[in-house]
Ligand binder design. Structure first.
Ligand code: 5GP
Ligand code: ZN
Length: 138
């Protein structure tokens, strides 16, 4: 299903032109309009999903192989030192466009472009208790 007025639905389905680097029956991958580094790519499903939670497992499983191909192409063409695969769900996690997409971000040694998260800690036994609680829901 497409969603009326969704810009990523329109881009993914070719109704709005984009700098496309990959396309298959399920996805279009395009250069991000505001790249973290040149070559920063977003993979857009042609169907509309607000986020990852809404996808079927079989569909979600198709995304990572596409990200891998793009990461390897970035390594080859850009000579980047590493690649982040990122996917944001909901505003608290940084999602700004509510059509599922996966970022493939070329990285360079010491580029410092992404914040590293704080290194927290657990009290004695806390990790085991929490792991058990989450494991029941996975
Ligand atoms: P989010 O923050 O939702 O994970 O990422 C949305 C991404 O989409 C941002 O990196 C933003 O630059 C990119 N973006 C938003 N609108 C457009 C657009 O019209 N064209 C392209 N190519 N990228 C877009
Ligand atoms: Zn959409």
């Amino acid at each position: 299903m497409k969603k009326d007025g969704c810009i990523f639905c329109m881009i993914a389905n070719g109704q709005i032109p984009s700098a496309t680097i990959y396309e298959d029956e399920d996805f279009r991958a395009i250069l991000d309009i505001a790249p973290a580094h040149k070559g920063h790519t977003i993979i857009l499903p042609k169907e509309h999903f607000d986020n990852l939670y809404e996808t079927e497992d079989a569909f979600a499983a198709k995304i990572l192989p596409v990200a891998k191909r793009i990461a390897k192409a970035q390594k080859k063409v850009l000579g980047c030192d590493g690649v982040n695969i990122l996917q944001n769900n909901e505003p608290a996690a940084g999602q700004t466009v509510f059509h599922l997409h996966v970022h493939v971000v070329p990285r360079y040694n010491d580029d410092g472009i992404l914040p590293v998260w704080p290194q927290g800690s657990y009290a004695e036994g806390e990790a085991a208790t929490l792991a058990e609680k989450i494991a029941k829901e996975v």
